[in-house]
Design a protein around this ligand. Structure first.
Ligand code: FMN
Length: 470
């Protein structure tokens, strides 16, 4: 058994131009280095020279950004600026979009799935290692077939069974720094499936699959270097592998349905919807940043509304005198109402204490009002009353958006109807315009406990089927 692997950087590969023949340049470099290929050698070739020889270069000045690219530019530019990294131009974003099947994350970088199925930053587009201020290199269109062609040409001239790996370096989640990855391969299997073999102690391995071509690409990277070292071809000698004629990088790409880190929109949405709870317990003492609340209100403004009237008005009540006065006044009205109902003093006191605790202890209290100014007026009361209902339905939609957005910020909240029962008092205490109809309170803060979801009705109980019309 061999216990040594050699990594040999091939000197003498020139700066590549479109149309250059990489196999030929490798053969010439081998000759000038006095090197001969051996059976079982693996040649790792940096993607950038394959891209350049294939002419996969674009001039950013020739790209017209689409509306989508401009929108993404507006979203990600502030993030890039805030962390002090170069801003991506709309033209570059357009190029990334054209190279991608899907955008998975929009941050200071765009994490996308490329047309080949690789998940990486900016669709693997590179602005470094290419001449010309506005030139970018794109990943090769079909790295497997490039690798295969080079392997076959080298075999023809050397009679050796070797493997080819076209490599790039990708950043990865959870760990800092880029590592080598294989984009295209020939002559070697992408993964080494060790399942079923025995470990040192005789236990059968259940799930070990070794990403051998990525490991080899990473090893070669150590010799290639990243910037201007100029050793884009590395020979790996001494690694034992089963030579295979027809191989592809595909088996290393995780199937979407077994990818724990990529969720479909519908899975994410279903999780968000099911996770939201009405939180009625004590909140954590942690302060809530008002900017987060404002951001959630901004998103709540994206709810649908009748005639796009956007009748919702949100009022943020921080802790302090105004909130105290409001709750005292609301409680005196509650007390009167309960006395009218003939409730006992103990019952009333309990209710009042609970209300005080709910609304005064909550780190943030948000009041939602319906602004009736923009509701349409009709000559008959039925249509006017329907219009009023439309207003309420619309602000309810916004309230739901608000609750879901708070939840996505890890904030807990509960919708309380109390202001509805003391509209005049709320309006007077807060000196609100007469067109504002107080509708709901939201207590907001960080939770101290996760709470269980109350049961939901069965699907058949909430769908009314029109069987009688069949
Ligand atoms: C219009 C509306 C008014 C509500 N008012 C109150 C309230 O005054 N007090 C309260 O404890 N919960 C209130 N809730 C919260 C409900 O009790 C809660 O949504 C329901 O029990 C389901 O629980 P979940 O939101 O955790 O799924 C209200 C909810 C809605 C939609």
């Amino acid at each position: 058994m061999k216990n040594k692997i050699d990594l040999i950087g091939l000197k003498g590969i020139p700066i590549i131009q479109p149309g250059d023949n990489i196999s030929q340049l490798i053969l010439e470099a081998l000759k000038s280095n006095n090197l001969a290929l051996e059976d079982g050698d693996i040649i790792v070739i940096a993607q950038t020279i394959i891209s350049k020889s294939n002419g996969r270069i674009r001039d950013l000045k020739s790209i017209a950004p689409s509306r989508k690219a401009i929108e993404i530019y507006k979203t990600i530019t502030p993030i890039a600026k805030s962390i002090g990294i170069p801003v991506k131009s709309p033209e570059l974003i357009q190029a990334i979009l054209e190279e991608s099947n899907e955008i998975l994350k929009k941050e200071h970088v765009l994490i996308t799935e490329t047309r080949h199925g690789f998940v990486c930053a900016n669709a693997g587009i590179d602005q470094s290692n290419v001449e010309g201020e506005y030139n970018i290199t794109l990943l090769p269109k079909n790295p497997d077939s490039d690798a295969n062609e080079i392997r076959k040409t080298l075999k023809k001239y050397t009679r050796k069974n070797i493997a080819i790996i076209i490599s790039d370096s990708f950043g990865r989640p959870f760990r800092v720094g880029a590592v080598g990855v294989a984009l295209g391969i020939s002559g070697i299997n992408a993964v080494l499936d060790k399942r079923g073999s025995k470990d040192l102690f005789g236990y059968e391995l259940q799930s070990t699959i070794v990403a051998q071509v990525d490991n080899l690409a990473s090893a070669a990277q150590l010799v290639m270097g990243e910037a201007d070292e100029g050793l884009p071809v590395v020979i790996i000698r001494g690694y034992k592998f089963d030579f295979q004629e027809n191989t592809s990088i595909k088996p290393i790409l995780r199937e979407k349905n077994s990818d724990l880190f990529r969720r479909s929109l519908s899975e994410t949405l279903s999780e968000i919807l099911k996770n939201r709870r009405s939180y009625k317990l004590k909140f954590d003492s942690r302060e809530v940043d008002l900017k987060i609340i404002e951001n959630c209100i901004e998103l709540a403004g994206w709810a649908p509304s009748a005639h796009n009237g956007q009748f919702w008005r949100y009022i943020i009540l921080e802790k302090g005198k105004v909130r105290n006065d409001l709750i005292v006044n609301m409680n005196s009205k509650l007390c009167q109402d309960l006395e009218k109902d003939g409730k006992t003093d103990t019952f009333i006191q309990k209710k009042i204490d609970k209300t005080r605790e709910n609304f005064l202890e909550s780190p943030i209290l948000v009041l939602l009002c319906l602004d009736t100014t923009e509701l349409e007026m009709y000559s008959d009361s039925e249509r006017s009353s329907n219009e009023y209902i439309l207003g309420i339905q619309s602000i309810s939609a916004s309230a739901i958006y608000f609750l879901l957005t708070l939840n996505s910020e890890n904030l807990a909240a509960c919708w309380y109807c109390a202001p509805l029962f003391s509209k005049d008092i709320v309006r007077e205490t807060l000196k609100l315009p007469s067109s504002f109809e107080p509708m709901a309170f939201f207590t907001v803060g960080y939770p101290i406990k996760k709470i269980k979801a109350p049961a939901r009705k069965k699907l058949n109980d909430i769908i009314y089927r029109l069987n009688n019309l069949r």
